[in-house]
Design a protein around this ligand. Structure first.
Ligand code: DP6
Length: 359
C-alpha cells in the first residue's frame, strides 16, 4: 500500500488555539476481526455494521505550547484510566501527525451509552478522536475530505483495530482480501453496496453483563498466534467475508442469519480453544441464544444474534419487525439482562465533525 497520502504536508500556519468536536459511532462486526500482528495489523479481514445511537462525542481543545501535554475528561470529569491507552496511541501516531505535538490539548469525551454497560467505547472513542485530529490537519494542509477520513481510519486502527471501521457507514471492511478492491490492512474502506433491508437494520443490544471482561480483546487477539485452529479460522473469515458481501447486496436474510451466527459462535469457540482457554459468554448469553432460535422457529421473524468479545447479545433484524422483537424481548429476554437493560440501535452512517473554531 502506498501510504504517501498519509504524510503530513503543511501549507498554512498552525492556529494558535481552537476547539474541534467530532461524533463517531460504535460498530458491530458481522465477520469478526480476531487475531493481529504488530502494529495493529489484522490476521484476517472483517466487515461491520456501523451503528447510529451508540456513539462518542469528543472535543479537543488545543493551545500552542513548547511541550506537548494532554488531559482527558469523561463526562466533564478528569479520568486517568484511559491515559495509558491514549498515551500509546499518541506515540504510534506521532510521525503522521507532528502538528499535534505543538500543542497542549484537552480531550473531553462523552458516550451516549452507559459507561459500564459492557459496550466497548474504544471503537467510537478512538475514531472520534482521530477524526478531530485529521480535521485539524485539514485546517493546515490541502488534504481532501476523502483522505481526511482515510487517514482518520488509519490513525483509529492504531488506537483500536475495530475503531478503523467506525468512520464509515453503513458498513465498513478492514483488512486485505485479494478479491476486494482497495481492501487493506492499514485502514478500513466504506462498503455501501447493500440491499434496502439492511439500510436501517436493527441492532438491539441486550446487556447481559456489565462487568469488566476477564480477558481483554488485545490479550485474546494475541492468543491467536499459537492457536491450533488459527489457519483454518483465518481462511474461513475470508470466505465468510466474500459471502457476506454477496448476502448484503442481495438481501438474503436466511444466509445472513447463518453466516453471522456462525461467525459469533466461532469467535467464542476460538476463545474457548485458546491456550489458556477462557469463556466470555455467561449463562444468560446461552439462554438468550436458545430463546432466539425458538422464537425464529415459531414465528416468521428473521431474528438473529451476534456477539462481540463479551457476554452481551446483539439482536439483528429488519426494521419492520421492530415491534414484535421488542415485545419478545420484554416478555422473554429481559430477565437475562442486567438491571433489565437493553439498548436500541440501528445501522448508521459513520463519523462527523459537528463544531470547530480556531484563533
Ligand atoms: C470481537 O478492536 O477491541 O469485537 O485492536 O486490541 O483494540 P484491539 O481490539 P478490538 O477487537 C475487537 C474484536 C471483536 C471483533 C470485531 O470487532 O471485529
Amino acid at each position: 500500500m502506498n501510504l504517501d497520502k498519509l504524510k503530513y504536508k503543511p501549507v498554512k500556519i498552525l492556529p494558535n488555539l481552537g476547539e474541534i468536536t467530532s461524533v463517531s459511532p460504535s460498530n458491530i462486526a458481522l465477520v469478526k476481526y480476531w487475531g493481529k500482528k504488530p502494529v495493529q495489523i489484522p490476521t484476517n479481514p472483517s466487515i461491520s455494521f456501523t451503528l447510529k445511537n451508540c456513539h462518542t462525542q469528543t472535543s479537543i481543545s488545543f493551545k500552542k505550547s513548547n511541550s506537548f501535554t494532554f488531559d482527558f475528561y469523561i463526562d466533564g470529569k478528569p479520568d486517568t484510566s484511559f491515559i495509558p491507552k491514549i498515551d500509546s496511541f499518541f506515540n504510534r501516531i506521532k510521525d503522521f501527525t507532528p502538528f499535534l505535538f505543538k500543542y497542549q490539548i484537552q480531550i473531553n469525551t462523552k458516550n451516549t451509552f452507559p459507561h459500564s454497560s459492557g459496550i466497548a467505547s474504544s471503537a467510537s472513542g478512538f475514531s472520534a478522536l482521530s477524526l478531530a485530529i485529521t480535521q485539524l490537519e485539514q485546517k493546515i494542509t490541502d488534504i481532501s475530505n476523502e483522505d481526511k477520513f482515510l487517514k482518520a481510519s488509519y490513525l483509529s486502527r492504531l488506537g483500536s483495530g475495530s475503531a478503523s471501521r467506525s468512520l464509515y457507514g453503513p458498513c465498513a471492511i478492514w483488512g486485505h482480501h485479494e478479491d476486494i478492491n482497495n481492501s487493506n490492512n492499514e485502514f478500513a474502506i466504506p462498503h455501501q453496496d447493500i440491499h434496502s433491508v439492511f439500510k436501517n437494520y436493527q441492532d438491539t443490544i441486550l446487556i447481559i453483563d456489565k462487568g469488566v471482561k476477564k480477558v481483554s480483546s488485545t490479550d485474546g487477539h494475541n492468543l491467536m498466534h499459537d492457536h491450533p485452529f488459527s489457519k483454518e479460522r483465518f481462511s474461513q473469515a475470508k470466505k465468510n467475508l466474500k459471502e457476506t458481501i454477496s448476502i448484503l447486496k442481495k438481501g438474503n436474510l436466511e444466509k445472513f442469519i447463518a453466516v453471522t451466527e456462525s461467525e459469533a459462535l466461532t469467535l467464542h469457540a476460538m476463545m474457548m480453544t485458546s491456550n489458556p482457554y477462557f469463556i466470555l459468554m455467561k449463562e444468560g448469553t446461552l439462554s438468550v441464544i436458545e430463546k432466539v432460535w425458538e422464537f425464529r422457529k415459531s414465528s416468521d421473524v428473521p431474528l438473529s444474534f451476534t456477539l462481540d468479545a463479551g457476554a452481551n447479545v446483539h439482536l439483528l433484524y429488519p426494521e419492520k419487525y421492530k415491534q414484535s422483537v421488542l415485545n419478545f424481548i420484554e416478555m422473554e429476554l429481559i430477565v437475562y439482562c442486567e438491571n433489565q437493560q437493553y439498548i436500541c440501535d440501528e445501522v448508521g452512517s459513520g463519523a462527523n465533525i459537528i463544531k470547530e473554531n480556531y484563533a
